[in-house]
Write a protein that binds this ligand. Structure first.
Ligand code: NAP
Length: 245
């Protein structure tokens, strides 16, 4: 098999780390993007290398349009292609509507939604030249169902679904597929902050009665990145244990 390259944003920790490792296990070269967590990114890259593949880390704030352009060029130069792009980076800044600060609304939209646009915008040119590519965007069930106290996050994740469908339509003729994953509750740092009350409220609506592991999400990412999903584009696939049916 010709060696393929995946770029995972926010690949240093959480779901992104599991995705980076899952692709490495499939023989992909891995570009690990990070913003604040350099040590974690180095650790992910080293674990990928232990799978026998090339891996490198790239510091870049995905909300910075120009920095993302530079990162994409650098990854393409270092690895020779970007076959799969996983837009995984994301943050929460929760608050009820009447207490939501303007800067918290803007920051979540900037990183989650505009960050996804920035990465697609600059990777698309490279993928168009290659005449193939798979883009995977991290949405959330919250973007489908809404959630009290998360209107900024929900808006960013719902925006990602619209972005995914539109770009899938634009890039289909170039042999580039674009899909989104909408996880429910996943055991990571992001959900560690939830109170016991919030956890049990969540559990009561999850049919499978457990939170997702990071590997539940990574397995789907690998499938969507591979040719095994070659007839799937523009879709948002829920990995939520039957939370929203
Ligand atoms: P996490 O553990 O909090 O990790 C967030 C990741 O995003 C980190 O790798 C972080 O990198 C990166 N990141 C944050 N700001 C960034 C920026 N400005 N530029 C580049 N990278 C940035 O979160 P997670 O639970 O793994 O979530 C990963 C994705 O899945 C997110 O998009 C999240 O919204 C989505 N999701 C999570 C859940 C869940 O239950 N956990 C559910 C649905 C959807 P640094 O530390 O290097 O800054």
């Amino acid at each position: 098999m010709e060696t393929k390259t995946v770029l995972v944003t926010g690949g240093g920790r959480g779901i992104g780390k599991a995705i980076a490792l899952a692709f490495a296990k499939e023989g992909y070269q891995v570009a690990v993007n990070y913003n604040g967590s350099e040590e974690a990114a180095k650790e992910t890259a080293s674990l990928c290398e232990q799978e026998g593949v090339k891996a490198k880390i790239y510091r870049c704030n995905v909300a910075d349009y120009t920095a993302v352009e530079q990162m994409m060029k650098q990854v393409n130069e270092d690895f020779g292609s970007i076959d799969v792009l996983v837009n995984n980076s994301g943050i929460t800044k929760d608050g009820l509507l009447l207490r939501m600060k303007e800067e918290d609304f803007d920051k979540v939209i900037d990183i989650n939604l505009k960050g996804t646009f920035n990465c697609i915008r600059h990777a698309a040119r490279i993928m168009m030249k290659q005449r193939h590519g798979s883009i995977i965007n991290m949405s959330s069930v919250v973007g489908i169902m809404g959630n009290i106290g998360q209107m900024n996050y929900a808006a960013s994740k719902a925006g990602i679904i619209g972005l995914t469908k539109s770009v899938a339509k634009e890039l289909a003729s170039r042999n580039i597929r674009v899909n989104a994953i909408a996880p429910g509750f996943v055991e990571t740092e992001m959900t560690k902050v939830l109170s016991e009350e919030a956890r049990s409220a969540a559990m009561s609506v999850i049919a499978l009665k457990r939170f997702a592991s990071v590997d539940d999400i990574a397995n789907l990412a690998v499938f969507l990145g591979s040719d095994k999903s070659s007839y799937i584009t523009g879709q948002t696939i829920q990995v939520d244990g039957g939370m929203s049916m």
